[in-house]
Ligand binder design. Structure first.
Ligand SMILES: Nc1ncnc2c1ncn2[C@@H]1O[C@H](COP(=O)(O)OP(=O)(O)OP(=O)(O)O)[C@@H](O)[C@H]1O
Ligand SMILES: [Mg+2]
Length: 450
């Protein structure tokens, strides 16, 4: 007999509660606690306890290192972010906002991989998948098997029978397992189905890629524990209305999390971006409020354009709005400019935008952000062919960047930058010909440009 009990889970943070409450005491979200009926298969009364499984301890030297060989996804960006390809038996979770291109990315990789791939789709019909494959120009592929199914106890035997080399699941929120009674997409379903995939992956050595939805707060829907359970968590981000997308590793048990993958969404699918600085549209130096910054994300350095608009506030409370950069960081830079560079920003609305739909996390962009803000405030364009690279400290000092400064300088020279402003403490081994490096101490020195 299956025994069932009422359990309440917070759909936001995944915490288990014994009773319903209006607000989750852990994550403080309202109306997120939902009752879920979990049934457990009990051992029959009187039946003999199952014999314990025989296990054997191993020495590191006994373990065959060859099984650690990685499988290529035939997508250079995805391989880089994964740390060199898929690790056998690993489970990877790919998260991203609706419509960002998660299904496109993994279907495209599945179609290009030189392996037998099982593509489990709970979200789209086979005809829709065929349509997407046609758009990608690869609908003649016969190595990819499509399984339009959401029931785990149907999917797993099929996977055992077909023995694919790689499995893609689109998406984990649509699946359901018999072991839990709650509806698909609920915390306990997600946790249980993920656990079943992890077990399958470890037992068969098959890498499994799971697509996961993201809630409006930007976290992967379902319990936070899902992120702990899987080996790798990738995030696909960018602006749906722009062409460019960034793939980042938020967690990777088999590689570093500094690498990023850059893609462009085209009619033929996602193309890797070979020359990231090519993203910039080239209006800098003409209008006020735009500045070029050199940033390093992962092993890559490239130029990004920041656009700022500082305008008198119409309402009592000035607005601060940012796209593609950290809002807290913008607040900090504004406070520094107010205190250390004598700007009066309290009566102004401030808008900041990173062009191309990219989201930049590298603080090396601080100086370019400050330059764009001052340029807009003064309504004076910055000198043409200049770029900025430096972090801003609370005392208004310009700090050296931690990324690969040499590569950033080479990239700057390559795209035609003549002058770059960096921290006075920046260590530079070599400077490319034709590029002048100006070393500054204080953010207030930006005023020398006008
Ligand atoms: N013909 C096309 N040309 C250019 N871009 C396209 C074309 N068709 C689709 N796209 C892009 O692909 C995106 C949809 O991709 P996809 O379905 O892979 O996203 P997803 O992240 O899986 O979405 P969901 O969360 O709804 O499953 C669209 O938002 C659009 O940007
Ligand atoms: Mg999809």
């Amino acid at each position: 007999m299956a025994k069932s009990g009422k359990i309440y889970y917070c759909q936001n943070c995944g915490t288990r509660h014994t009773q319903w409450m209006g607000q989750c005491p852990v994550c403080k979200q309202w109306n997120t606690i939902v009752e879920e009926v979990v049934s457990r298969r009990d051992v029959k009364k009187g039946a003999a306890a199952p014999a314990p499984k025989r296990v054997r301890t191993l020495r590191l030297t006994d373990i065959d290192g060859q099984s650690g060989r990685r499988l290529t996804t035939s997508d250079s960006e995805l391989d880089t972010v994964l740390g060199g390809g898929l690790v056998p038996g690993s489970v990877t979770l790919l998260g991203g906002e609706p419509g960002i291109g998660k299904s496109t990315l993994l279907l495209q990789a599945a179609l290009r991989m030189p392996y037998k791939v099982l593509y489990v789709s709970g979200e789209e019909s086979p005809a829709q998948i065929k349509m997407r494959a046609r758009r990608l120009g690869m609908d003649e592929n016969n190595r990819v098997l499509i399984l339009p199914e959401t029931h785990m106890q149907t999917i797993l035997p099929e996977a055992q029978r077909e023995q694919p080399q790689v499995i893609v699941v689109d998406s984990i929120q649509t699946l359901h397992t018999d072991y839990v009674d709650s509806s698909p997409g609920s915390v306990s379903q997600i946790r249980e189905t993920a656990a079943e995939w992890i077990r399958y992956a470890k037992e068969t050595g098959t890498p499994v890629l799971l697509i996961g939805h993201i809630t409006k707060e930007g976290v992967i829907a379902g319990p936070k524990v899902l992120e702990h359970m899987v080996d790798t968590v990738l995030q696909f981000e960018g602006d749906r209305y722009h062409r460019f997308r960034i793939l980042r590793a938020l967690k990777n048990r088999y590689g570093n999390t500094r690498e990023i993958g850059l893609y462009e969404m085209t009619a033929k699918g996602l193309e890797p971006v070979q020359n990231p600085s090519g993203i910039i549209p080239g209006t800098h130096g003409e209008a006020s409020g735009t500045a070029l910054g050199m940033v390093s994300e992962g092993v890559r350095s490239f130029a990004v354009e920041t656009q700022a608009l500082v305008s008198p506030s119409v309402y009592g409370t000035p607005q601060r709005s940012v796209t593609g950069y950290d809002l807290k960081r913008l607040h900090m830079i504004l406070a520094v400019l107010e205190k250390r560079a004598g700007m009066r920003l309290l009566q102004n609305d401030v808008f900041l935008n990173i062009t191309g739909g990219l989201r930049i996390t590298d603080t090396a962009l601080d100086l370019a952000v400050a330059a764009a803000l001052i340029s807009s405030y003064e309504d004076e364009p910055l000198p043409p062919d200049t770029a900025f690279m430096g972090e801003i400290g609370l005392t208004g000092e310009i700090r050296p960047v931690s990324g690969d400064a040499r590569q950033a300088l080479h990239e700057a020279a390559k795209i035609g930058i003549r002058k770059i402003y960096v921290s006075a403490h920046q260590s530079l081994e070599s400077v490319p010909d034709g590029l002048e490096v100006v070393r500054w101490m204080k953010v207030s020195q930006l005023y020398h440009l006008f």
